[in-house]
Design a protein. Structure first.
Length: 222
């Protein structure tokens, strides 16, 4: 883990946040998908947890529930049937309760704040509508690259406007978030929540990161 002395030495000037299970509680999204697919919510949430435990991505859960499902086509059909609903999206009610106070405290400390993740355009619009106290909100489509590619973290550094070693990157996964951020020279912070966060925090390679249980730990940490 990063020690307190090392954090001070790095002179962090910007914090970049992942989205899903870092800022946004995705529970309601997966519950609505379970209802849509005709399985119990426990079943679908359990399968997502199984994907996290076996290093598979979420599409594997859809394949287990309904083999051969065209998820994009299902999303289009869902949008046509329920154009005004949240469906597989989120809104301000899905923010974790520590998000706004933590961002406000970090902003008071004079840190530049950026939200950047692998998110579709609809999610980007939802985040921008929340009036969060941040300087930039971008998604992978706008940046032209996705996590965990080095290009994504280089683009994030450009958004932050400071050197990579002056950036703390906060996410819930070692593979997509904190390890590639560390490789890019950033300070990696792993938040232990959501299925990936809890599982990945127990892995040996998570020791390269500072592990937190709440975003409210960040103001003192930085």
């Amino acid at each position: 883990m990063v020690t307190e002395g090392e954090v001070i030495e790095r002179d962090v000037k910007a914090v970049v946040f992942d989205v899903g299970e870092t800022l946004i509680d995705e529970t309601r999204i997966w519950e609505r998908w379970a209802d849509r697919l005709g399985v119990t919510r426990l079943t679908f949430l359990g399968l997502i947890g199984a994907c996290a435990a076996t290093d598979q991505e979420v599409p594997a859960a859809f394949e287990l529930v309904r083999p051969g499902l065209d998820v994009a086509a299902e999303e289009d059909a869902w949008a046509a049937q329920d154009p005004g609903g949240l469906r597989n999206g989120f809104d301000a009610d899905d923010l974790y309760p520590d998000v706004r106070p933590a961002l406000a405290a970090l902003k008071q400390q004079g840190l530049r704040l950026v939200i950047a993740g692998n998110q579709p355009p609809r999610a980007l619009a939802a985040l921008r509508a929340m009036d969060l106290p941040v300087d930039e909100i971008r998604n992978s489509a706008e940046l032209g690259c996705e996590k965990p590619s080095p290009e994504f973290f280089a683009a994030v550094a450009d958004l932050a406007g400071v050197r990579p070693e002056q950036i703390a990157y906060v996410g819930d996964r070692t593979d997509n978030d904190v390890l590639p951020a560390a490789d890019a020279g950033m300070m990696p912070v792993l938040i232990r929540r959501g299925p990936w966060g809890h599982l990945h925090a127990a892995r040996p390679d998570a020791q390269r990161a500072t592990i937190i249980d709440s975003l409210l730990e960040l103001p003192e940490l930085l």
